[in-house]
Design a protein around this ligand. Sequence first.
Ligand SMILES: [Zn+2]
Length: 288
Amino acid sequence: MSRPIGSHTRTSGGLARAALPYADAAGSEAVQVYVSNSRGWALPPGDPKQDTLFRDGCGERGLPAYIHASLLVNLGSPTEQTVTRSVETLEHALRRGAAIGATAVVYHAGSSVDPAHDDKALHQLREALLPLLDVAAARGLPKLLVEPSAGGGRSLASKVQDLGPYLAAVEDHPWLGVCFDTCHAWAAGHDLARPGGMTETLDALVATVGRERLMLIHANDSKDECGSTRDRHETIGAGRIGTAAFAELLAHPATAGIPVIVETPTAPLHEGHAADIALLKGLRLSAA
Ligand SMILES: [Zn+2]
């Protein structure tokens, strides 16, 4: 399927038990889940029965599955313990990803936090990430996808052009892909709301990383202004980016065949995501 559209999906109550009905109710054609607390370092082992049910359930539905790593992961951190924990968290997510049949693990690009640490951060990234990528490639584990952040905190990558030096730091490793988040790109200063702005940004992404690296899209509108460095997601069309930009996203050749995940507000359960997914499916139809 071209550009399957789905959402970040809740898993409390059991991976398969919670996520599959959620995905069905939301009309998802792709799913993304956490396999540990999004704001914690604990690394739960998972329930093998739920893992199998989830893997099979996604298989039957033809849903590609993605893991979002804990938001605490920061491979650029000046704090050694944070880097160690980040690596352990990514190792855990890759293992869990293999168990649940996930295609890839998404993590945030990270930040050096302290200007005095800027020079070291990319070298540190290389030391931490290269062995992980080598092991994942050798064992056929899911791929890792770096998601440029909203900026601020001395991000290692927030603008799409920053991905050039980021990838170079890990020798353009073939097991590292890219996840493009529209809210982050907007917060980092890409003017996606201007007609042609989304198209230009995706062109710049392809010019920087080539045609094969983009493997996932996070489609989120934003509550804040362009360049704010704030990461507050909004319902598609209800924020500052606006619906037309998402029509450009779904019409761009770089997004052909790439899953699109919404991480927008949803209440009381899946309803917000169902509406966003339906809206994006409509735009996809018009773009075809
Ligand atoms: Zn995201």
